[in-house]
Design a protein around this ligand. Sequence first.
Ligand code: FE2
Length: 341
Amino acid sequence: MIPVLALADLEAGRRATLDQLHDALRDHAIVHVDARAELGPEFFPSLHEQTRAFFALPEEAKQALDIDKSPNYRGYVAQGAEYTNGVPDLKESFEFGKETAAPEGEEQPWHAGLYGPNQWPDASVLPRFRPVVEAYSAAMDRIALATLRALLLTLDQPADSDHAVTSGELCSYSRLIRYRDPAGFGAGDSRLERHTDSGLLTVSLQEQRGLEAEAADGRWVPVEPPTDVFSVFGGELMEVWTHGYYRACPHRVHNSALRTERLSYASFFLPDLRRPLVPADRASSPRLSGPVAVPAGNSWLAGGRELSTTAPVGELEWARMNVIFPGRNNDGPDTENGEGQ
Ligand SMILES: [Fe+2]
């Protein structure tokens, strides 16, 4: 059973909540976070309404925001444009991030690619879309930071020290996702194939169920929190940072209960792009000094290489981003993406 933790209890660092967080991340690599009290009753209806209104725009209005028109991977992604494990995803999405400027100083290619503006729909057509999406983004920041700080406490890391995962400016990319109801969809098909997300953690919200997570014992567990409750799960950088103690959560979107349109939301968090990610000191916690190891499938360590502890995370992420989208490079459609839920 994946527990539901109250955001207030995470932020307060309650011992019982920290224990629940630890056990959930160890067993399932996923936990539910309830922020309904903090976000208020209008938050979720407004988000769904504006997301649905965006995807209902005429195709040409969406194509005007095509992600290929953005130098920093932000905008509209049409159905069939992305693949996971070689299979085209049955979704369309709107992708955005924080609109921060690149840091001053030496020019780096990833500065231009990972910072910068979003592509927004015409405000005269959808006047509430941008403020609603920006409020959603701020809420995701709060939930991610609260979870990360609580997670640090479960590993005996002092809350005020200079951590690789929470110091500086947390980076995030987000997606509003619409899964259409496709004709000819087979009973064994999935809408998004099994994968792990690459960042520290992912905060997701499902309007309709369908997400499944692979537990530590290999069972597929439906991710079915109460309505309007978020799911937070570990990514591959978390796995690297904790030496595999908190693993990345394999997940997929399965079709068995899905015969309708489905909206979902996902925000992917990375540490400060300007800093390297140095794995936690194993001597700093008994939990990290045990016999744990990063699984072989971790994409940051593919081919047996080690994560650079000197290169900024942004530089590593930029290299990774350049193999995500088929057609934008020479890697073809066999690239892995899976940044949906
Ligand atoms: Fe994902």
